[in-house]
Design a protein around this ligand. Structure first.
Ligand code: FPP
Length: 253
């Protein structure tokens, strides 16, 4: 099936609002070609471009990409520096394209840990694209879900100590509203490439009810067609949220 067929198969009335992706396999892709890991990351940028376009084409509202985890700081300095340069060049080179495609850029993570030139470029593109009304592209950079949850617990505790809220006010909605993702709906679909079956500290709170989709494709090989296939696969699933089939069909609680 070609890309157009894959796309036409998708039911536009049953789209996930938010898709999150763990982009994995750049290093192995490069190694298979006898190249350095950064060669894989560089080629991964094309896949980012493709999925951003694909998501916009079918009307997905939010796309979160795991671009750099807190744990990734432990990689060799050379690779970390190369990745930081790649983020800067990608952000700079893609500005025009993002504007053309009406994409609004956002970022989550421990952004103050990023080098200042990365922070500046990121803030600039977030500002330039802030009034766009199409896809919201959320880059997770220096992101750790446990850290996000830990910071949220600290912040909520401070609100209690400062008498801004009481313990009784703490419920799931309040926690969601204090996370870095507060302005986005939870992802209905999480994709991980490269044949790994892990979540790796990504959006742990937010993916409680997400459908998980794993593919063997290495990230630099991931195309629009693969993205559409994942959406189609999601649409074949029955999402029960703990209920039984009959209840979900008749919409009973
Ligand atoms: C995981 O593959 C990938 C990363 C840690 C970096 C992702 C970055 C990009 C795709 C570059 C561009 C991104 C943006 C947002 C412009 P890996 O290195 O862990 O691969 P491996 O598991 O095969 O070693």
């Amino acid at each position: 099936m070609n890309t157009t067929d894959q796309k036409n198969n998708i039911d536009k009335q049953n789209l996930p609002q938010h898709v999150a992706i763990i982009m994995d396999g750049n290093g192995r892709w490069a190694k298979q070609r006898g190249n350095k890991r950064i060669f894989g990351h560089k080629n991964g940028v094309q896949s980012v471009r493709s999925v951003v376009e694909a998501a916009g084409e079918i009307g997905i509202k939010y796309l979160t990409l795991y671009a750099f985890s807190t744990e990734n700081w432990k990689r060799p300095k050379l690779e970390v520096n190369a990745l930081m340069s790649l983020f800067i060049s990608a952000v700079k080179n893609e500005t025009k394209n993002l504007m053309k495609n009406n994409v609004r850029m956002k970022a989550i993570g421990n952004l103050t840990n990023l080098p200042s030139n990365v922070q500046n470029n990121l803030n600039e593109i977030i500002n330039i694209t802030k009034n766009n009304t199409g896809l919201t592209l959320i880059l997770a950079l220096s992101y750790s879900s446990r850290q996000e949850i830990k910071d949220t617990i600290i912040n909520i505790s401070k609100e209690v100590i400062d008498n801004k809220i009481s313990i009784d006010d703490i419920n799931e909605n309040l926690v969601s509203s204090r996370l870095q993702t507060s302005e986005f709906p939870d992802p209905e679909l999480l994709i991980r490439t490269s044949g790994e079956f892990r979540i790796s500290n990504f959006l742990l709170w937010q993916i409680s009810y997400s459908e998980l989709y794993f593919t063997d494709i290495l990230w630099p090989d991931f195309t629009k067609e693969h993205f559409f296939k994942a959406i189609y696969n999601y649409q074949q699933r029955e999402r029960r949220f703990g209920k039984i089939t009959e209840q979900t069909k008749s919409n009973k609680t």
